[in-house]
Design a protein around this ligand. Sequence first.
Ligand SMILES: [Zn+2]
Length: 211
Amino acid sequence: MRQDGNSESGAMSDSKTELGPDGKVVVPDHVADAVRTLIEWAGDDPAREGLLDTPRRVARAWKEYCSGYGEDPALHLSRTFQEVGGYDEIVLLRDIPFQSHCEHHMAPITGKASIAYLPRDRVVGISKLARVLNGFARRLQVQERLTAEVARCIWDNLHPHGVAVVIDAQHGCMTGRGVRTPGVGMVTSRLLGCFLDDERSRKEVLSLMGY
Ligand SMILES: [Zn+2]
């Protein structure tokens, strides 16, 4: 079994999100000002009517895109079921859509993930795997780290025989700027335990995922 020792950066934000009387997240002035500065730098007039409320909307949107900082994805795996009725085959959640943002351009990363594990003695509710994915995706990311963090979280918390995570995503920083290559997807994978060590298991899980 492979046990590489890189610890996950469970970066947690301490900045509290306060709600105003309208139920919306309160945006501090300096945050709205920063967005205004960016609008101006991009070439538009932040004082024109259509853009007046934009800085606060953008700020609130970013709180939501990055809501993963406020949670520990491992908590989704804390409630497990040990009665698995002798089930000892692969559990797979395929093509889970997600959105993240790249840490280099803060541009959207959109794609789908397939997450599988071979349980040892416990399973989780299947929706929990998607919650783990979202907990890490709703942060500033690179696709390789996102893939590794999801796999590691399942490995460390469920102690399964194997974990496989494959992510296929498009990067806004590639499709909308730079080389502008719409339609090009990037595929990353992280295999741990039997899916790494045993070729037959690896082939089986990848073929179940459609790869
Ligand atoms: Zn980027």
